[in-house]
Design a protein around this ligand. Structure first.
Ligand code: HH2
Length: 269
């Protein structure tokens, strides 16, 4: 899943793709780099982000979704039912829902739904980072499974669960969720993971004792964690830097399942 933020304030690429023509061009570039899905978002969910009015989010998202939908599967990254509905009308076939509340929209429209774990509204979620009942993995899994079951019972046919890396979680929580991704995978719901350029990768991307690396210097850590997630069983990773991520994921899968991939690739050495 390639990230296309049509926002002025996203944490790593805010303002770059606000112009619809440039956004569409970038979306097509992500497809050329190997993205199977392009995730169009018109509202930043970074910690402390302000809510965008519906009319403004529609204005940012809908033209870009309709231009990309004939070329690639499009998801809409939103927490608002009205935006999800309009994006689906414009051609999106997945609602990527960081609030994990929009399954009725996905059910009514007959589209896929990504349920992400978000402990609180992004404007205050940093304050919630310490409030897990001891075991972040168990808390996240039980929350996501109960949402997924409600969505399935409401008639949603394609459901993904996503641990919400970086959303109201400390670096230790994020690493613990990545380490124990197999617990999410064992639920049987397909797992999506987004680590790309996130803040917890900053200190891991710079030498000990130095300032944490900014989002622009978190490429290697983003790619490494995406490859790790896929080896641990994730079925989808969300990435800004699609080309290196696709490359690393393919290599990691080939290493994890050499048989399957050697035969498929015709390489018998
Ligand atoms: N992360 C972000 C946004 N949407 N959706 C899913 N399913 N999983 C994620 O981890 C996820 C997501 C945050 O990243 P980004 O879109 O780059 O930043 P911003 O929210 O500032 O636009």
């Amino acid at each position: 899943m390639g990230v296309l933020n049509v926002t002025p304030d996203s944490f790593s690429d805010g303002g770059l793709w606000l112009d619809p023509d440039r956004a569409v061009e970038h979306g097509l570039a992500l497809v050329a780099e190997g993205a199977d899905v392009v995730d169009v978002g018109g509202e930043s969910t970074r910690p402390g982000a302000a809510e965008v009015p519906v009319a403004e989010e529609l204005r940012r998202v809908v033209p870009v979704v309709s231009a990309l939908a004939p070329h690639v599967r499009v998801s809409v990254d939103t927490r608002k039912a009205a935006v999800a509905e309009a994006a689906v009308d414009a051609g999106a076939t997945i609602v990527n829902d960081v609030s994990a509340t929009l399954w009725p929209v996905a059910a009514a429209a007959g589209v896929g739904w990504v349920a992400m774990h978000l402990p609180a509204d992004p404007s205050v979620m940093a304050e919630h980072a310490e409030h897990y009942r001891g075991d972040v993995v168990a808390d996240v899994v039980s929350h996501l499974v109960s949402r997924a079951e409600r969505a399935r019972d409401a008639g949603v046919g394609e459901i993904w669960i996503d641990p919400g890396i970086g959303f109201g979680k400390t670096a230790r929580h994020n690493l613990s969720l990545l380490r124990h991704l197999d617990v999410l995978v064992a639920t049987g719901w397909p797992v999506a993971v987004g680590t790309s350029r996130k803040r917890f990768l900053g200190p891991l991307s710079s030498p000990p004792g130095e300032e944490p690396a900014p989002p622009s210097d978190r490429l290697e850590a983003s790619v490494a964690t995406a490859a790790w997630a896929v080896v641990r069983g994730a079925a989808m990773v969300r990435a800004h830097d699609v080309a290196p991520t696709v490359w690393a994921v393919r290599l990691a899968k080939r290493t994890a399942c050499p048989h399957e991939h050697a035969v498929a690739g015709g390489d018998r050495r």
